[in-house]
Design a protein around this ligand. Structure first.
Ligand code: 5GP
Ligand code: MG
Length: 181
């Protein structure tokens, strides 16, 4: 054994367990895009992706949506490690002209709902006419604040997940499937 590998040999990195496969995600994203297209056929929305978690979901969804959908991103955070801090940072990153617009918020996961409630309130303050929410994942148990989600990919149990854009302090974001840490 090479000396440089000793740590790995003694304490192997835990491999997170797969919860939702790459194939299942791809299929579901296509269905969501189809539903969104159908109901947004009259007014063109601004798609607002919440970074960094929605990075992959937004990119895949956009590839299935018409190019006339305007895209904006804002970096919003509330988590440290595997816990919600309850304090949402980055709301000021949501700026610019939203007056009279239909906005479609795209986020990775709805947990307590605090993030989406705050983002939604901010958009309405900025003059958005209508705000809809599309999230890839919804946690079954921990939903406390009632946020109306119009499009949701999957309902999951109350576990901390990573992959497909979701991170644990910056790690695991690049995984192609969604895994339980
Ligand atoms: P909320 O404000 O709804 O409690 O938290 C939503 C945000 O917390 C999500 O956009 C996401 O960034 C983060 N989050 C909540 N649950 C998880 C999880 O299981 N895994 C990861 N990686 N992030 C989570
Ligand atoms: Mg997020």
């Amino acid at each position: 054994m090479e000396i440089g590998n000793w740590k790995q040999a003694i304490q192997p990195e835990p491999v997170p367990r797969v919860l939702i496969t790459e194939t299942a995600i791809r299929r579901r994203v296509r269905q969501l895009a189809r539903d969104i297209k159908r109901s947004c056929s009259r007014r063109t929305p601004v798609v607002l992706g919440l970074m960094n978690g929605a990075l992959f979901f937004l990119a895949d969804l956009l590839r299935e949506l018409p190019p006339v959908f305007e895209v904006r991103c804002a970096a919003i955070a509330s988590y440290k490690g595997t816990k919600s801090t309850g304090k949402i940072t980055g709301l000021e990153n949501i700026a610019g002209d939203f007056k009279g617009r239909d906005v479609l918020i795209v986020d990775d996961i709805l947990d307590t709902g605090r993030t989406l409630a705050a983002v939604r309130a901010r958009l309405l303050r900025l003059g958005a006419k209508r705000v809809d929410v599309c999230v890839l994942l919804v946690k079954k148990k921990t939903r406390r604040r009632a946020v109306r989600v119009r499009w949701a990919g999957f309902e999951i149990d109350d576990e901390f997940v990573v992959g497909y854009g979701l991170d644990y302090d910056g790690l695991h974001r690049g995984l192609k499937d969604i895994r339980i840490l």
